[in-house]
Design a protein around this ligand. Sequence first.
Ligand SMILES: [Zn+2]
Length: 116
Amino acid sequence: MSAEFELEHGLYLLHFEPAYRHARHYLGYADVIGRRVREHFAVPSKASPLVQAAIGAGCAVTLARVWPGLGRVDERRLKRRGGHASLCPLCIAADLVPASRRATVASGRPSRARRR
Ligand SMILES: [Zn+2]
């Protein structure tokens, strides 16, 4: 992870492979992205129950994307919106996202991080 994420607040997206039950992603907010992501992978873990369960079930958990600078309002908006696969570069690369939904990645928010 690049050093710039170490100190910044923002959102991050964890990708589970294979999916854990119905969940393939965990979207979270952190005051310090790098520290929070390390907590998810630490033993013993301070991760969310969902991430712990996915790791316990043998899923590979990957940090798929970060949005530095976004806040809790953005987190709630994205969680309400759902369809985290359309935000996930790993799912898009693996062809898990229908072409009709991919446009939302290129044109929709959140893209603040990319425009910097
Ligand atoms: Zn994904």
